[in-house]
Design a protein around this ligand. Structure first.
Ligand SMILES: [Cu+2]
Length: 106
């Protein structure tokens, strides 16, 4: 292998590393406070993680609204729950059904 090829391979490797850093999954935080999800509408990429943090004085949960495909179960005051996003969803708090949120896919 010539020096030229080794150099070329290195440049390709560098480019690939940059690309993979850009595509790394992100983590987003949704705060639960005053009986609301903040933000209540979030746009993420598939594979990103959302962390719900309960800053309220009471317990809440995060439950998929349509067919209850997933749920956090009860998140106590001061607690949190995280989920890797695989699909867009509408969700709500099954304890306080007026609390609603939305996950959109980019
Ligand atoms: Cu609630």
């Amino acid at each position: 292998m010539s020096k030229y090829y080794i150099c070329f391979a290195f440049v390709v490797f560098l480019f690939a590393s940059c690309f993979s850093v850009k595509e790394k999954p992100k983590a987003y935080t949704v705060e639960i406070k005053n009986m609301k999800f903040v933000p209540d509408d979030i746009t993420v990429k598939q594979g990103d993680t959302i962390i719900w943090v309960n800053h309220d004085m009471m317990a809440h949960d995060v439950t998929e609204e349509g067919s209850k495909q997933w749920t956090s179960s009860i998140i106590p005051s001061g607690g949190s729950w995280k989920m890797g996003v695989t699909a867009a969803a509408n969700y709500y708090c099954s304890i306080h059904v007026v609390m609603k949120g939305k996950i959109r896919l980019q």
